[in-house]
Design a protein around this ligand. Structure first.
Ligand SMILES: *Cc1c(COP(=O)(O)O)cnc(C)c1O
Length: 288
């Protein structure tokens, strides 16, 4: 099965008095966001259809989980996904990304550690680390960088500030390796120390790392905060684009007040399929 990968477009909008470009990786098909970019690299490195199964692990609403489940469905191979113990209601009535991944045929395993017994790739099993944070992802991110450079060349933009939210930091790190412009990133899981460590683990000898900007206040990943919901809603209204409620919302809180004289390009990493389950949590808490 040959997957047809596309380029994504770049749109622009005004938000809170400033113009932004936005790279619409959320519109990529058949998979979207930076997880699609990472899997593009993985598919180049491995002949996936020669494997019987793929195994991975992480959060029960992970965007990486859904992207891998969609890919395995397209390629017709088994996908085993491991999470830690989950609330009973979620097991009984899966929602959000979990529901969609299960509908793709994902086999869900729950245990105390949240890890598979074996995390080795063998002849018939391909192991994908949490968040698809792996060197093989680089090629797909390089392709994203090339699209950005072409855009800047055609628009005669000599310099531009790139904004990319970080989880594992894989996307921001590889993007910076392939761009002459500075990549700015906000740690959405952990803080700048843990993100710096992740960068150094993946690429100990890089000559250039992304610039990390932190929010004034700490935010726990995946926890609801009224100001995140608020900026998500005002961004939706201003841009007509749906952004994502965890990574994007926190990153835009930082970006909105950030001083910069250069044009700004924000990378929309997709993942809006997870918004439903998050919006349901805000409603249960009485915000909305
Ligand atoms: C996974 C993800 C990120 C973070 O990507 P990393 O490469 O792990 O840093 C950012 N935004 C969205 C929407 C994501 O799904």
């Amino acid at each position: 099965m040959k997957i047809h990968w596309q380029h994504s477009t770049i749109d622009s909008f005004n938000f809170a008095g400033r113009d932004y470009f936005v790279k619409r990786d959320d519109l990529l098909t058949p998979l979207n966001g930076n997880k699609a970019r990472k899997l593009y690299g993985l598919l180049d490195a491995y002949d996936l259809s020669s494997y019987k199964r793929v195994i991975s692990h992480g959060g029960a609403q992970s965007n990486a989980m859904l992207a891998i489940a969609q890919l395995c469905k397209l390629l017709n191979i088994e996908f085993h996904y491991y999470t830690r113990t989950q609330p009973k209601w979620l097991k009984q009535t899966p929602n959000g990304n979990l529901k969609q991944a299960l509908a793709c045929g994902m086999l869900w395993h729950i245990n105390d550690s949240g890890l598979p017994l074996n995390t080795e790739t063998s002849l018939d099993t391909l192991y994908i680390p949490q968040g698809i944070a792996m060197p093989e992802a680089e090629l797909g991110i390089q392709k994203l960088a090339d699209e950005i450079k072409t855009f800047c060349d055609t628009q005669s933009l000599e310099d531009i500030a790139i904004f990319q939210p970080s989880g594992t930091g894989t996307t921001a790190l590889y993007l910076q390796q392939h761009l002459p412009y500075t990549v700015y990133t906000v740690p959405c899981i952990g803080n700048s120390d843990t993100l710096t460590q992740l960068f150094k683990q993946l690429l100990p000898n890089a000559t250039r790392y992304p610039v990390i900007l932190e929010s004034e206040k700490p935010y726990h990943f995946g926890k609801p905060y009224p100001e995140l919901l608020e900026i998500y809603q005002s961004l939706n209204n201003a841009s007509g684009i749906e952004f994502e409620l965890m990574y994007d919302a926190k990153t835009w809180l930082v970006l909105k007040d950030w001083k910069c004289d250069l044009p700004i390009l924000y990378i929309h990493n997709g993942g809006v399929s997870g918004n439903n389950s998050m919006l349901a949590r805000y409603r249960r808490l009485g915000f909305s």
